[in-house]
Unconditional design. Structure first.
Length: 284
């Protein structure tokens, strides 16, 4: 394994968060119990799993286990073809903001949406994203939730997110108040960027979430599932962690892995590996 974070940039296990997507087959209460068994102090939640459990029940389960909720995923998908669909997307995102507040997290991760169906106009899609975020800012401020714009790898531009670099995400975030809009740094999506350190520095306190997993080759047919445990792939985590730390981010660090093999592994084995690799790779 390579890519450790040494010295002042080391991240202790007290900042570890298990993103629910890493144990995809577990329901919310099962994932919460898994974190408690393995002394993982925080969890990143997904809205579909929260809905299955019930919002109030999910919030109560997390509190009872003594866990922090590092983020809620996901809002976004703003690039809709007609006005009615765009209004529905905004309503859904307002609901997501309220859910985040109820769950006790101040970060809602946004996956902004791909090209507008039937269109090839990237500029149009990006304008829709900016307009939608602007519409949501007052509600985010009212409930104390920050909208975290997540840049996705360019291979997902067409269908998932037209914000394809951290620089684009920072440019967009800077158009809005800092207490309402920030950026998510996900190593899987941004590790390749020659300007990554500069853009993290430019984001500064706008970094609202740091998510980690590795980029594993060869990529599977479904490239979304090409993530791996820390140390299994090609990412050098030390410089990214150093940049995020220098920018002032000191919150939870989420391990978020989309990988069919990881999903099929026994959850307790996955949680143990997550802890072990986090300590080895990020803990120096």
């Amino acid at each position: 394994m390579t890519g450790g974070a040494a010295g002042a940039t080391a991240v202790g296990l007290e900042r570890l968060s298990l993103n629910q997507a890493t144990v995809k087959h577990l329901g919310l209460t099962e994932a919460v119990a898994l974190c408690a068994r393995h002394d993982i102090p925080a969890i990143g939640l997904w809205r579909d799993r929260v809905a299955e459990a019930g919002l109030a029940e999910a919030a109560a389960a997390v509190r009872a286990a003594g866990l922090r909720v590092s983020s809620l995923c996901r809002g976004g998908f703003f690039t809709r073809a007609d006005a009615e669909a765009r209004r529905a997307a905004l309503a859904d995102n307002r609901a997501a903001i309220a859910e985040a507040a109820e769950l006790g997290t101040d970060t809602l991760v946004l996956v902004c949406g791909g090209l507008v169906p039937g269109q090839r106009d990237l500029g149009l899609a990006r304008r829709m994203v900016a307009d939608a975020i602007g519409e949501l800012v007052p509600e985010a401020q009212r409930l104390g939730v920050r909208l975290g714009i997540e840049a996705l790898h360019p291979m997902f531009c067409a269908d998932r997110c037209v914000i394809s670099s951290l620089g684009e995400a920072v440019d967009l975030a800077l158009r809005f108040p800092a207490d309402a809009v920030g950026v998510v740094v996900d190593t899987y999506h941004v590790w390749w960027d020659a300007r990554l350190a500069d853009e993290i520095a430019r984001a500064g306190r706008r970094v609202v979430s740091y998510q980690v997993c590795d980029w594993v080759l060869p990529l599977p047919a479904d490239t979304l599932l090409g993530r791996g445990h820390l140390g299994d792939g090609v990412i050098d985590f030390g410089p990214v962690t150093a940049a995020v730390t220098a920018a002032g981010y000191d919150g939870d660090v989420e391990v978020e892995i989309f990988n069919a093999g990881v999903w099929d592994a026994p959850p307790d084995q996955t949680a143990a590996t997550v802890r072990e690799r986090f300590a080895a790779v990020l803990g120096g």
